[in-house]
Design a protein around this ligand. Structure first.
Ligand code: NIG
Ligand code: FE
Length: 423
């Protein structure tokens, strides 16, 4: 349901306003457990920005006569989740492979015989821009209903200049035509397409000499990502692609050490990447290298769970080492078919031993900084964009505790109501 923008909006009677207020940088160590709760609390919004946070009495004393007042009824308010790693534009599903994996075939075996990412590439190449936008809008509504207001969105199911541009245009249109905010990332190095299998260095050259210059020139991406993994892109190829991307002014992200220890974390550190993502196999030396270079780890427990693995990344060691940990869904049709940040909070708490406060920090303010949006998004502070969610519970820790429940009750983007559930 799309609401009309109030000039001013007050949200009163919140049991907790979880502000995530703090220093103008990502949170590390013990700071990750400090979520800045104002309890009870209220917010004053002058759309699209937050004007003030305080008690209900203070906020009511400050409202304009024509101010719309929303009674939160003792519920909690959080910033919208910032999902800093998703693959949200693709055609079809991989439900057939899902069933095969249940019967014992592995993700890598399916990829090796030309399924996996490649099967989504075949379907995505055959789809029109409009078809991709239509599919993507359905997923946008899932993200919003789950309380997510910003996603990082990767291309990577096109793997030709034309098809990668089609996906990045679909991402741009989704950003313009839905309330969800999209931050675009070029992932042409997601896998080597079959037509280049016997001449992979030609594909790396295509990425560096043709795709990256065109995509940068057309300003279709802010970041470049590479899937650095055995049988995908080597550390050396990844270094060449990411170094070229940096010359075009793109920020660097990398799929690192997901299925094996392939040196991705060390490479991220060498290249001063903004993030290194996955890290299920990263060792102590990799964690130390990320710390020394100030790289943010983006941890994706949804893909560990959905691949039936029990090898979760060493999140506690990363927090103890002082890394500014981020959590994300990795929403994609193969390894992580979930858009739900609430599910990710539950997995992070249960399997990675993050407290609810640490997990929320990783899913909001730290995620916003990893997308260069820390000054605008990820916390509820005066002057920031009013992307916030009223969740139907009275204690924020409940969000990671009752799992499989869509807690979001009302979702606001830029101070405008986008989703409202009854009851
Ligand atoms: O992050 N690891 C590479 N890319 C995705 C999987 C994409 C797919 O299977 O379609 C991931 O897990
Ligand atoms: Fe991914």
């Amino acid at each position: 349901m799309v609401g009309t923008a109030a000039v001013t909006l007050a949200v009163i009677n919140c049991s907790q306003v979880v502000t995530l207020a703090g220093p103008a940088r990502p949170r590390v160590g013990a700071e990750m457990g400090q979520v800045g709760v104002v309890a009870p609390g209220a917010l004053l919004i002058r759309a699209p920005r937050i004007e003030r946070i305080g008690s209900t009495d203070e906020i009511l004393a400050a409202v304009d006569p024509d101010c719309e007042v929303v009674d939160a009824g003792g519920r909690v308010v959080l910033p919208g989740f910032v999902d800093a790693h998703t693959h949200p534009v693709f055609a079809g599903t991989r439900v057939d492979e899902f069933e095969e994996r249940i019967k014992g075939t592995t993700y890598q075996e399916i990829a090796a015989r030309g399924g996996g990412i490649q099967s989504t590439v075949t379907k995505t190449r055959a789809a029109s821009l409009d078809e991709l936008v239509t599919a993507g809008k359905r997923y946008a509504s899932w993200f919003l209903r789950g309380g997510t207001t910003t996603v990082e969105a990767k291309s990577g199911y096109g793997l030709s200049l034309e098809d990668e541009i089609k996906i990045l245009r679909a991402i741009k249109r989704s950003d313009q035509e839905t309330p969800l905010r999209y931050v675009p990332t070029f992932l042409g190095a997601h896998t080597v397409p079959p037509e280049y299998r016997n001449r992979r260095s030609d594909y790396v050259s295509l990425l560096i000499d043709e795709m990256l210059p065109r995509i940068a020139e057309q300003k279709l991406a802010e970041f470049c990502d590479v899937f650095c993994e055995e049988n995908v892109f080597t550390a050396d190829e990844s270094w060449r692609i990411l170094s070229a991307a940096r010359c075009h002014g793109l920020g660097l992200r990398i799929h690192a050490d997901q299925l094996s220890l392939g040196g991705g974390a060390k490479l991220a550190a060498e290249l001063n990447a903004i993030t290194a993502d996955h890290l299920e196999h990263t060792d102590a030396a990799g964690i130390a290298a990320l710390k020394a270079a100030g790289v943010q780890p983006v941890l994706l427990p949804g893909s560990v769970y959905a691949l039936g693995s029990s090898r979760y990344p060493a999140a506690r060691e990363m927090i103890d080492a002082g890394l500014a940990v981020v959590l994300a869904t990795d929403f994609n049709p193969g390894s992580s078919p979930t858009p739900s940040m609430l599910t990710i909070l539950s997995l992070a708490a249960t399997h990675m031993k993050l407290t609810p406060a640490e997990a929320i920090t990783a899913a909001t303010i730290n995620a916003a900084y990893s997308l260069n949006r820390g000054a605008e998004l990820g916390s509820l502070e005066p002057g920031k964009v009013a992307d916030f969610v009223i969740h139907d519970c009275d204690d924020y820790r409940t969000l990671a505790y009752f799992f499989g429940v869509e807690h979001a009750w009302q979702v606001y983007c830029g101070g405008e109501l986008q989703i409202s559930k009854s009851g």
